[in-house]
Design a protein around this ligand. Structure first.
Ligand code: 3HC
Length: 311
């Protein structure tokens, strides 16, 4: 009976067994994974834009090479994740169409501008740092293909985070103007990086079920707290000030307390009213159209290969 199937599935999850594409799974498990993995993939693809904006203006060849490598990695992460979603029966074309039409969500963090080179440092340090906090536990997510994709992604994210922190270190230890640039970028990216972890646990409709199915290993608030605790000493080492007057160590809790977050801003960004939502969508649609000839050529070539093999 369906109950025993669901029950057996939950026992399998509780026994820390990985679910593979051909295993039976509740439709809701499949649906929530397609939801999360496709949005994760969209985030990687849109995430290339804020950084790509500085490839032609990187201050040295070394910085340019590192940034090109990072942006290229993000594209690869997007492709792994679209492929992981396809193992659940999602169609690549449908997922891409949902992003292009504005129907699909992607991470709020990529709707903020990168007005100075220091933003590239702050993104690597904070956004990829936050991504690592969120993605390391995902290496143990219950769905096999997603967990395996995350192992490779996390290795590359560590390089992204380190190159970002090194940029911030160079600026913070540079001229007063460079240190000011780093401080302004930190002021721009700190709060949006905390929002990126998702709504507070008591306003997170998906968390309970995702935790039960071990898709999500830690709650949004737990990962956010872990990120704050890890990052405050790094900011102190740079001699930069975190833009939150309520941020202070709480000996009793063994964590940093921090100020209330602007959830109205978060909801506005999710509704498409962030600083760069329109620009990100317009650019993604333009690059999709500009790339049509590549997809046509690849399909024509694949058809020819197939005909040759069949002959
Ligand atoms: N941006 C946009 N939407 C967000 C969001 C964010 N930062 N945080 C939450 N949401 C959405 C959720 O998708 C959900 O909407 P939906 O039901 O329509 O999908 C709603 O807000 C409520 O949030 P929940 O906490 O209930 O949703 P989840 O349980 O899915 O948790 C999550 C949200 C923690 C982002 C989870 O989906 C997750 O871990 N996703 C995988 C990681 C990921 O997507 N990271 C994004 C950044 S990728 C990146 O950083 C690339 C790096 O190289 C820089």
């Amino acid at each position: 009976t369906p109950v025993s199937l669901d029950r057996r599935f939950q026992d399998w999850i509780d026994a820390e067994r990985k679910i593979e594409p051909r295993d039976w799974m509740p439709e809701a498990y499949r649906r929530t994974l397609i939801r999360q993995i496709s949005q994760h993939a969209h985030s990687e693809i849109i995430g290339m834009q804020p950084e790509g904006n500085w490839i032609t203006r990187a201050p040295s060849l070394r910085r340019k090479v590192a940034l090109i490598a990072k942006v290229q990695d993000e594209a690869g992460h997007g492709l792994y994740l679209y492929s992981a979603a396809e193992t659940l029966g999602a169609s690549r074309d449908d997922m891409v169409a949902d992003l292009l039409s504005g129907k699909a969500k992607y991470s709020s963090i990529f709707n903020y501008p990168t007005p100075s080179w220091a933003d590239i440092g702050a993104i690597g340090w904070l956004v990829d740092g936050a991504a690592i906090c969120n993605q390391v536990p995902l290496c143990r997510t219950s769905y096999g293909p997603y967990a395996r994709a995350m192992v490779r992604v996390c290795k590359e994210e560590s390089f992204h985070q380190r190159q970002g922190y090194e940029i911030m270190m160079a600026l913070a230890q540079g001229t007063p103007e460079q240190k000011q640039m780093a401080q302004e970028a930190l002021n721009r990216w700190w709060i949006p990086s905390l929002l990126m972890f998702g709504p507070p646990d008591d306003q997170s409709p998906n968390s309970a079920q995702s935790m039960k199915w071990k898709i999500k290993r830690h709650s949004n608030d737990d990962l956010r707290q872990r990120f704050v605790d890890m990052t405050v000493p790094q900011a102190e080492f740079l001699g930069l000030t975190l833009p939150d007057p309520d941020l202070k160590w709480n000996e009793e809790r063994g964590h940093y307390d921090f100020g209330a977050l602007p959830w109205d801003e978060f909801q506005a960004v999710l509704k498409g009213h962030g600083p760069c939502n329109r620009q990100r969508m317009a650019f993604r649609n333009k690059t999709f159209a500009d790339g049509a000839w590549v997809r046509e050529a690849a399909s024509a070539y694949a058809e020819k290969q197939k005909a040759r093999q069949a002959a």
